[in-house]
Design a protein around this ligand. Structure first.
Ligand code: NG1
Ligand code: ZN
Length: 531
């Protein structure tokens, strides 16, 4: 077939370095950009097959998120904006690792196993972040798509969640919104403005927000969005990419892991600030006290704020919908206690990685999911959205119930339900603080985090560590869990676990305890037990 000849011809322009083996991990492929040209071409091929198979548009995002500028990566997006299925992750790994002369065989193998009709049309949306390597790498994806006769739309520079949104809009025939960047801004900003209009006596302090753009795509997109916000949000944007290096000493991952403010941001005491990561799918908030102490409001605090707000609105609207919060083992113990004991909401714990949280959240009427690092969103079931809409439109309900239902309706619209989205989460948080008339300090005071520490340990082979119970306990190597249990017993309110990273060649260690000294000491001792 001509298509396969074209694949052979073009693949020689995107050769695989012999012997290089890469794995499609939690966030797709991610490594030094120099090793990725063949991967990108092949992911263009695979996305085209996935589109033919699903008879829907598939997304391909070129980004390495919070990794250093020298890295890059690629991730496929399924029709509803979600991650691809495990079987297709395996195909991605097989196709990526086939030596040059075996590529056609590997491709035909997938076509046969999935019984793909090669005459079916294929549509692929492609997006990229601001890394210098992203331009040529996304061109390699486009080359892969065209080889197999797929039609591509290149969105150019977009955030990861924007591309997820476009894919979902396209495959729902516009029911979720317009598959354009402008459509995205209009939907989110209009909902935000409707929400904030509900607040009486909104002060200038409430309108003012300081953003660290991590010198990445999020900064560019915030600038683009500003004109859609009217004067409802006044943004001071730092680390906008004009001077600094992507993710270097800044961004959500740096702030969360280092537990300190990013460089490049002028923070006045008490001021509300937030940081995006390199592809704007994560967000954390923070402020400094008048004594200079740093206060972080991470994904757990965000999940608590959002779920409290939603629970109150559901009560006011007289709607009986089940709300749950989905977390991972990295969630601060205080947040879990507060949610379960004080808020009385269901809390689930899943393995690390957004696809696990997303999946668990789909089981509820309303599922709020956040990783502690600030990646998360809220999912509303179809039935929940319908009930909210009915209540908002019902002529017989009280004004109070109607007002709450209308707020819920606009809240649904401001949220990007396809994936965690720093821009959408930021608008939601800003709206909630405004509606509740809450300062960042009051939000922070809902509960106090247990001091914690995260460390990375380099080992010869991280895969020797196997875990169970949503990664909270190690089942191998033998004796490791017992050693951790013994160390944890030495400290108060302590908890610790280890797991192999899905995105870096390291083992991650997490510890929390009653004081920072104890958390640091426990993390250190556990990391020694990992060797
Ligand atoms: P790994 O490297 O598997 O820990 C990290 C984050 C995840 C997730 C992925 C994808 C932590 C502890 N881990 O995974 O939560 O965001 O990257 O980006 O933050
Ligand atoms: Zn990211």
């Amino acid at each position: 077939m001509a298509q396969f000849q074209e694949v052979s011809r073009q693949s020689s322009l995107h050769p695989k370095p012999a012997g290089l083996i890469l794995q499609y991990g939690t966030a797709g492929f991610r490594t030094n950009a120099k090793q990725l040209d063949h991967i990108m071409f092949r992911m263009g091929l695979l996305a085209t097959l996935r589109s033919k198979k699903t008879k829907a548009t598939i997304g391909v995002m070129v980004t390495a998120s919070h990794n250093p500028e020298e890295d890059n990566g690629v991730k496929l997006i399924d029709p509803m904006g979600e991650m691809v299925t495990p079987a297709w992750e395996d195909y991605a790994t097989q196709l990526a690792n086939a030596e040059q002369e075996d590529l056609l065989t590997a491709l035909k193998d997938i076509i046969q196993k999935e019984a793909i009709n090669m005459s079916q049309e294929a549509h692929v949306f492609v997006g990229k972040d601001t890394r210098s390597s992203s331009a040529s790498l996304s061109q390699a994806v486009l080359d892969g798509v065209s080889c197999l006769g797929g039609l591509s739309k290149d969105y150019g520079l977009v955030t990861t969640p924007q591309l997820h949104y476009m894919v979902c809009c396209q495959n729902t025939q516009g029911k979720y919104g317009d598959a354009t960047v402008e459509g995205y801004y209009k939907k989110l900003c209009q909902a935000f403005i409707r929400l904030t209009k509900n607040a009486s006596n909104r002060t200038d302090d409430q309108k003012y927000l300081c953003i660290d753009g991590a010198n990445g795509i999020g900064a560019l997109k915030v600038r683009e969005m500003e004109s859609y916000l009217g004067n409802e949000l006044q943004i001071s944007l730092f680390n906008d990419g004009n001077k600094g290096k992507l993710n270097h000493q800044c961004g959500a991952d740096f702030v969360k892991v280092q537990q300190k403010p990013p460089t490049g941001v002028e923070i006045n005491p008490g001021e509300r600030c937030c940081s995006f990561d390199g592809d704007a799918d994560r967000i954390v908030y923070y402020y400094t006290g008048s004594d200079g102490t740093f206060h972080l409001l991470d994904g757990d605090k965000i999940a608590t704020l959002i779920s409290t707000y939603l629970k109150e609105l559901l009560m006011q609207a007289g709607l009986d919908l089940k709300i749950a919060v989905v977390q991972t083992a990295y969630a601060n113990g205080s947040s879990t206690c507060y949610l379960e004991d004080t808020m009385k909401v269901t809390v689930c714990c899943t393995k690390t990685g957004v696809k696990h949280l997303h999946h668990a959240a789909q089981e509820f009427d309303i599922g709020v999911y956040f990783e502690a690092n600030g990646h998360g969103t809220v999912l509303f079931s179809k039935a929940a959205e319908e009930k909210i809409q009915q209540q908002a439109e019902d002529g017989n309900v009280s004004d109070e119930k109607k007002r709450a239902a209308l707020l819920l309706q606009n809240t649904v619209s401001v949220i990007n339900q396809t994936v965690g989205d720093a821009i959408s989460d930021m608008l939601l948080i800003e709206a909630i603080l405004t509606i509740k008339g809450m300062t960042v300090q009051q939000w922070d005071a809902i509960y106090s985090d247990l001091p914690n520490r995260q460390l990375k340990v380099k080992v010869a082979d991280r895969r020797v560590i196997d875990t169970t119970d949503a990664e909270r306990r190690a089942v191998s190597p033998a004796g490791l869990q017992e050693a951790i249990d013994g160390l944890v017993k030495k400290y108060r309110q302590a908890r610790s676990f280890v797991r192999p990273s899905g995105t870096e060649d390291v083992v991650r260690v997490y510890a929390e305890a009653d004081t920072q000294e104890s958390a640091d000491a426990l993390a250190h001792e556990v990391s020694l037990a990992v060797y």
